[in-house]
Design a binder for this molecule. Sequence first.
Ligand code: NAD
Length: 484
Amino acid sequence: MQSEIPYHLENYIGGNFIGPLSGNFIDNVNPATGKVYGQIPDSDRKDIEVAVIAANRAFENWRSMGAEQRFIILNRIASLIDEHANLFAHAETNDNGKPLWLSKKVDIYRAAANFRFFATACMQFASESHAMPNGINYTLRQPIGIVGCISPWNLPLYLFTWKIAPALAAGNCVIAKPSEVTPITAFLLGKICKEAGLPDGVLNIVHGTGSVCGEAIVKHPSIKAISFTGSTRAGERIASIAAPLFKKLSLELGGKNPNLIFADCDWEKMIKTTIQSSFSNQGQICLCGSRIIIEESIYEKFKIEFIDRVSRLRIGDPLEPETKQGAIVSKAHYNKIINCIETAKQEGGRVLFGGKAFHPEGRCKEGFFIEPTIIEGIGPESKTNLEEIFGPVVTLQTFKTKEEAINLANASSYGLSATIWTNHISIAHEVANQLECGIVWINCWLKRDLRTAFGGIKNSGVGREGGWEAMRFFTEPKNICIRY
Ligand code: NAD
């Protein structure tokens, strides 16, 4: 694979790398330096139309190819991502602002793992049969056809492939759009698919904005299913367009996850992991715990130690190996987070640590950095505790009883994930049972098994990804009944 990343990225359509039909491009900014360092296609309806024609042409061949053949190609894509992990990791860090070590360890490693996992899934995928006294039903699981995959900027390649890999494994052709804020690893993925021998038109990667390019995917009548990860606001818009067109929808949306800390927890493990669950990727992981809810008896001890350890997190150039906190993904998102901190102060919040922009020396002096921020003194009804900030900002609240802890945790319109810290086995299970969310971690965080159902309830989304859930989403069941 050619390792050069061109200044002007191109769409990957029908196996070719081509510019947008309109000839228009959007600037791509490196958030750590604040400088424009490339341009991406500002694609529109016409580019999506060309991609749909290419996907239509490819579909019959791809769907009828045996699972073993698909397995070989998807596995090859995984190996090529691994082979070029350094190039991918640098591209991810330059686009997103996250520390390079994190790109390598999490984003790129897991992107390859997604392809490897779903390569094997298509070899194992089977359907049900239901016997009756005088006959039998069997259910075919057939690919949907052409599907749309739209992903966000926070884990760019990782979440992009989390959708594309199962869609392809199930025999669909895909029109995929990465976030316009972090396009480069998606561009590189096109190069790798070409090299891996993925037939032309099976995967088409089109760059552009959400409101134009994204909506063109959602509106296209030949695209029968949409798998979307992003904000609740965009999810609502997509649902309103797709519902009257009767499209299959998977929506993975925002979160405001609680982190419940009971006094009897394993202290060292809890505090170390809570720092990660609060500030990894600058708090820009949908599964980060942004509301820390602590048993009153250990509140002061927690506060002192948490502030002390957070104050030692090194902020700065994401390319430096010691950096723990990189840049915020864009100037617009940086402004939003700074405004949220101001709102918290107006609501009576006391900033215990951070709360300000950070200005590193040297190459990153114009970058978008914010100190990890800890706020106390605001209750569950505050805007700060109700609305998603999606940045390095956490609030601290206290509880006296288990019931109070559950009520505080559930006082949210979101329901993605939660974390519980306790060594009391029955409290852990009881609380997990009563939390209103799709994913609960007990005494850990972000431990992932790709076979498990992934997704949220309430305003955090509809449907589940992962394992067989994803394979079922990307196929249509057809029941066939035979009378003996
Ligand atoms: P976003 O909603 O602004 O954009 C996500 C993607 O959707 C981008 O590719 C964007 O171009 C596209 N898009 C935007 N509007 C669209 C529209 N009207 N039609 C079609 N496509 C459209 O989200 P973001 O700012 O990129 O990402 C951050 C958000 O993603 C946060 O809210 C975060 O919680 C959420 N997220 C959720 C999960 C999850 O698994 N639940 C995972 C990661 C991120």
